[in-house]
Design a protein around this ligand. Sequence first.
Ligand code: NAI
Length: 646
Amino acid sequence: MINNIIFDFDSTIINAEGVDLILKASFEKLSNPERTHLLTQLNILTEKATCGEMPLGEAIRQRFDLTRIIKDDVVKAAENMLDHVNPFVKETIQHLRDAGKQIFVFSTSFEEIVRPVTDALLIAWDHVFTNQLIYDFNGQVIGFNEKNPLFLSVGKGFLAEQMKNDGRLPGRTAVVGDGATDLALRKSNIAQIFIFYAGSKVYKDIRQQADFTIDRFDQLLPLVFSEEEYPRELAHSISKVREKTTSSPKVLLLENIHKNAVKKFKEHKYPVKNLNNSPDEKELIETAQNYQILGIRSRTRISASTLTNLPDLWVIGAFCIGINQIDLDAAANSGVPVFNAPYSNTRSVAELVVGETIMLMRRIIEKNAAVHEGRWLKSAEGCNEIRGKTIGIVGYGHIGSQVSVLFEQLGMSVLFHDIVDKLPLGNAKSAQHLYDLLGKSDLVTLHVPDTPETRGMIGARELMAMKKGAILINSSRGKVVVVEALRQAIDSGHISGAAIDVFPEEPGRPDEIFQSVLQGANNVILTPHIGGSTQEAQENIADYVSQKIINFAKSGSTLGALNFPEMDLARMPKTHRILHIHKNVPGVLAKINSVFARRNINVESQILQTKDQIGYLIVDVDDHISDHVIELMQHITETIKIRKIE
Ligand code: NAI
């Protein structure tokens, strides 16, 4: 339980620095260029003072040295002070007072401008501490009361310690502010919690060291009230935690995702909205508000700003293979795991390679075209069986190894090359060097990812290293083959045919005209990146991705997530689960566990893993988790997202 709350004044109770308001009032008399110059100087000094980079008294002195200040300037600033009070300050202070909390204001600015505000907030003057200005008999400011402890960087700590010693700060104390002097109270343990107010200017270094962060004043209430003190109706008005944690997640599916996904979500009683289109960012932000689950395919772009504007989103399912359309780091930093279906269309690609190989080896493309035109090209010249020939597979991963199995069954010898040591399937043999494979294969098929090493890996030299009359198939990624060199090799007859499904530049929209140097080449099959596009693959994708999403929704499992630590924790009976996603900085677990300890909640099991910028914690506790506990954890400075699963 918190008994006393010490508020910083500047950029906390008010939305500006009091000293700056006085100076700005005095700058009014100056010409425009002079005022602009002085305002820049003022901002630099204020920043140094707030971050603790310059002794506080020195920073006040240097700011007042910028210009001559008279009493009228101070009075003018004081007149407008109430306009600067931050939203919800008045109501919050009223609630704290009603609950019997002691309220104090420690301000490093001056009595003249602090008092109109604290009087309006009904804070007793003996609970307000400020600096004092000294004027000469003409009303010009000539100095400060340098004996006042608040004139020193350590002044707030000094003052609080005195108050603690003489019994004016009984029990536990919270400090609310945004500066180094506020943080110092927490560090010296005069205050037991430091709540960073991020509603004005945010100094990241200070914020990182805070126990909790709020950006609206009333969010302070759950942090200083105990569960019993916290009125229910307030909990509802301040936070949407209840809605976020207890209702079934709502699912928005875009781009005509296979009906299996819809079915699966409905089986779990999740409300589903299934749309065919791919909205632009603005429309997406509007449409996806209040949805927790978003399913997309390759055409919907998810940027950092989309994610910032969808605060209720839990998870994204990419019902496709590629994930270039999603800013994965931004999603992780927003606490949103992304799942895709990387291997659901492996078989579809492998089967297409089989079909194309036979088509090319039998020169079906030109024969088919001729018959359509009324010509009868009945000839066996250049036409071969695939049995007994050698296939060279570059990249022996999911697709490459399936291709290996299928072609061996068709009677071909299989050679493969991979940068990673791979176990050969069946009678396949590994070629240590790419060139060994190229020189021995009648058909070379590419199944590598797009990496700096694979870009341009098949160019003029590699094509010339292939057997004369060999065939090339690329259904991996467009930039792996230098298409200009391939065209030359085909035109010269060195390469007898090719099937190309992927291109260095591919149209972004179906109505965009596609152009390639390969168009019109002899015995060449060109397909529009459809290697994996089958109904079966769509079904597999729908089943796989929706199941991953449901696992995450129901238990927090992130196995298979692209941008998250991969975790799964078996649930003990009669436990309650919290998922906590936070910034990956030291000390967060201690803060979370201190919330549990303060509420006497026993942790049954927990796992924490980190990946890059984020940490992910799954905790099972033995007791029902109240919204109040969730709120406390939500305001832990490093919290990105929190969800409870009952
Ligand atoms: P995978 O990741 O399972 O296998 C790729 C293999 O390539 C790995 O074994 C890896 O070690 C190897 N590799 C990486 N760099 C290499 C290098 N420089 N030299 C030799 N081997 C190298 O990937 P998967 O699922 O087999 O997919 C292969 C490719 O097919 C990917 O580029 C993928 O984007 C593409 N793809 C295309 C589709 C289409 O519609 N055309 C559909 C599905 C996948």
